[in-house]
Design a protein around this ligand. Structure first.
Ligand SMILES: NC(=O)c1ccc[n+]([C@@H]2O[C@H](COP(=O)([O-])OP(=O)(O)OC[C@H]3O[C@@H](n4cnc5c(N)ncnc54)[C@H](O)[C@@H]3O)[C@@H](O)[C@H]2O)c1
Length: 350
């Protein structure tokens, strides 16, 4: 089978991460071009690859070299770059968040339809083996009904004042929009239809952020389920790191990303007629030492190009997640609870 020619556009921090993990799929793709306005960065990513890709500072020079692109650009450039590549007949895997406004997202969706190209958003957490297994267990109700999903992401991330991520305009918001979008997407995927929610953010602790660098979200979902996400870029220390707790009626599922483990915590009855009691039980359900979600994500993108299948993280679903975030921000500014009824995955008819 012919390998699909892929270009990497934007060769900063995340692109270097992507490039160092492409090896698993190099039988399916060839990175034929790298692009960054700072040419040395494009060259540095090219140097990580086994072949010698075409290197350029101008993404418009890529059209003859690629069938598809991975856009790893500042958020305010996602929209224009996506339109340019789609309208030149290229498939697009764009990093999250899809774009900084609803109008831009809609234009991207319509453009992909018009040119009949795959447009996928890089929500790599959906492809993480611990997340995939947790979702399967929640769906199967193996440990009963889930009534509380708590997600913590605690990290220290800082940007120079002139970096695009320090400005709310180019970032598109604060920590919730930029990073929390992964976890709003996961909550909607795992817990279903939202009813109402609340966001509170602060930039105390992350003074380099124009908007919040620490974000707390609580969402009520249909069926009495609650979702909570606390994400911070200001953690000078952390015990939890990246951690999910899914409380179900039959036990608590813990995804401990630092340890690479999915653990069930529950009570085990002790059948002693003289002393019936229960003891705490802990069992590792899955252990993954070196998860490679971005490779699985790229393999899924390639499969969608070859088969015409709808991406798991398609553009419409991504917009639906961002709409929830924009609604939460709007309500926060008005000191109100956000009415999220009618929103969530599967709510848009376009
Ligand atoms: N999925 C994840 O877990 C994850 C993690 C980090 C970042 N990201 C996403 O990746 C994207 C990039 O983030 P980053 O942290 O790598 O940022 P970055 O600032 O490190 O890299 C962006 C690169 O784009 C280049 N660039 C800017 N304008 C350009 C243009 N017109 N043409 C070509 N190149 C241009 C910059 O020179 C820079 O090298 C963002 O969407 C971000 O949210 C995703």
């Amino acid at each position: 089978m012919e390998r699909i020619r892929v270009g990497v556009v934007g060769c900063g921090g995340m692109a270097r991460g992507h490039a160092s993990r492409f090896s698993m799929i190099l039988d399916q793709i060839e990175i034929t071009a790298t692009c960054d306005i700072v040419q040395e960065r494009a060259q540095a990513v090219a140097d990580l690859l086994p072949n010698q890709p075409f290197v350029t500072p101008d993404w418009r020079e890529l059209y003859d070299h690629v069938d598809a692109v991975l856009l790893v650009l500042p958020h305010h450039l996602h929209h224009q770059a996506t339109l340019d590549f789609l309208s030149h007949g290229k498939h697009v895997l764009v990093e999250k968040p899809m774009a900084n406004s609803e109008t831009e997202c809609l234009e991207m969706i319509h453009c992909a339809r018009r040119y009949d190209r795959v447009l996928m958003v890089a929500y790599c957490m959906r492809f993480h083996p611990l997340v995939v297994r947790m979702k399967e267990i929640l769906d199967s109700k193996e440990y009963g009904e889930c009534f509380q999903l708590s997600i913590w992401t605690e990290q220290l991330t800082s940007y120079a004042p002139d970096h695009w991520a320090s400005s709310a305009k180019t970032l598109g918001g604060g920590q919730l929009f930029s990073h929390g979008c992964h976890y709003i997407d996961l909550m909607l995927w795992m817990l279903g239809k939202p009813v109402r929610g609340l966001h509170l953010g602060t930039n105390t602790g992350t003074p380099w952020m124009e908007r919040e660098g620490t974000s707390n979200v609580t969402i009520e979902f249909e069926g009495g389920k609650l979702g909570y996400h606390m994400g911070t870029w200001g953690a000078r220390g952390s015990r939890l790191g990246y951690s999910f707790h899914a409380h179900c009626t039959g036990g608590m599922l813990e995804a401990a990303f630092g340890e690479g483990k999915l653990i069930i915590h529950n009570q085990q009855p002790v059948h002693d007629p003289n002393n019936p009691h229960a003891v705490a039980n802990q069992q590792v359900l899955l252990e993954v030492k070196h998860a490679k979600p971005t490779e699985v994500e790229m393999a899924h993108f390639i499969d969608c190009i070859r088969t015409g299948r709808k991406p798991l993280t398609d553009a419409v679903g991504s917009l639906e997640g961002l709409q929830v975030i924009w609604k939460l921000y709007e309500a926060e500014a008005q000191h109100q609870m956000a009415d999220l009824s009618g929103m969530g995955l599967g709510s848009l008819r376009l």
